[in-house]
Design a protein around this ligand. Structure first.
Ligand code: ZN
Length: 359
């Protein structure tokens, strides 16, 4: 099983990460309000922070890749090295609030905001979403000049962030999703009927299940696989492909995306006539990069073909490679290549498409 706790955390922190980025565009007064609500100091390195530090993406500086960073920008949500922390500090605390993991006293609010963002790969998936491939990201031993130029471009000028993210922020209300830590349980019991009302949905997700590769053997020599997709209360599935470890489905499944959506869960099962179906692996798809980008860009029909977002491969997700969100012929699409988890082998290829409600 994929740890349900980690997936919840994932969901909330990605959503908050977006809000944090949006906050960068707000006047500094609003930023400081955000952090003044919980200013009780905490002594020593807080446990939640230590755990976060141990995640692989947080073991290197978010900006230059230097190992073992001991500083953070608490409002941006990144772990950074000493040299980069100097540059951050010079940006001013309204842009980057620099704290030492070991030396400073942390308020609960600062810790919460770090935990919500989750660290470097999440923050960078926003702040470097549009970093050109050839752009020289600084190295641990880069000159102060190169380091400063990059860090200013990244956080102060936000050159690699899609500017429209900020503009649309006021129209979007993810806040209501953020507060409930036990979102799933309340969703399942009280709000499922409410969610069935179209007013609760923000768009439609069409998933083309393209193919599986090298799937696991569950019968004597082969398997009879089918794919189940789950989003909140909704569950859809493909047909069964008999005796095939490399099935090609090319089947389209449709789900509605509620205002408070979590990860899309994919499971592959072996159909069994005589007993319960066996699981052949699973994976989670983070819908946030696509939904955020699609809502930020508005009517894709008016736009030419381009990349509008990216879901980054990390050690904590099932991606085989980075997955870009693109506008293709006026439609928002995302190809996703997944390595199935909790199984000996198997990969899945999907194509997601976002369909706005008012289309
Ligand atoms: Zn650094």
């Amino acid at each position: 099983m994929i740890d349900p706790n980690s997936s919840h955390q994932f969901r909330f922190k990605t959503r908050s990460r977006y809000n944090l980025v949006v906050d960068q565009g707000l006047p500094s007064e609003e930023m400081s309000n955000r952090y003044s609500k919980n200013d009780k100091p905490v002594s020593g390195t807080p446990r939640k922070l230590k755990e976060l530090m141990l995640k692989s993406d947080n073991r290197i500086c978010a900006d230059c890749g230097a190992p073992d960073p001991k500083w953070v920008s608490a409002n941006i949500g990144v772990f950074i090295c000493l040299k980069c922390s100097d540059v951050h500090r010079r940006l001013g605390s309204d842009i980057s609030k620099v704290l030492s993991v070991t030396l400073d006293e942390w308020s609960d609010g600062d810790i919460d905001s770090m935990v919500e963002v989750g660290g470097n790969s999440y923050a960078n998936s926003i702040y470097e979403a549009f970093l050109p491939k050839e752009y020289p990201k600084p190295k641990p031993h880069s000159s102060n000049e190169d380091r400063t130029k990059f860090i200013r471009s990244k956080y102060e000028l936000q050159e690699f962030l899609k500017p429209s993210l900020r503009i649309v922020s006021s129209k979007m209300s993810f806040k209501s999703c953020e507060s409930g830590k036990n979102f799933d349980s309340s969703f399942n019991s009280n709000n499922s009927r409410k969610a069935a009302d179209m007013g609760e949905f923000i768009g439609v997700l069409r998933v083309k299940v393209i193919r599986g590769t090298n799937l696991a053997v569950r019968d004597m020599l082969t398997s009879d696989p089918y794919v189940v997709l789950t989003l909140g209360q909704q569950r859809v599935q493909t047909t069964v492909k008999n005796s095939n470890l490399n099935p090609i489905w090319n089947e389209e499944l449709t789900l509605s995306i509620p205002r408070c959506y979590g990860a899309l869960k994919l499971q592959v099962f072996d159909h069994d006539v005589f007993s319960a179906d066996d699981i052949m692996g699973e994976a989670e798809v983070d819908l946030q990069p696509m939904v955020t980008a699609a809502m930020a860009f508005g009517d894709a029909k008016l736009l030419g073909d381009m990349q509008i977002g990216k879901w980054f491969k990390t050690s904590d997700n099932a991606l085989i490679k980075d997955s870009t969100v693109n506008i293709i012929n006026g439609n928002v699409k995302q190809e996703v290549f997944l390595k199935l988890q909790n199984v000996e082998s198997g990969e899945m290829e999907l194509e997601l498409e976002w369909i706005p409600l008012d289309a």
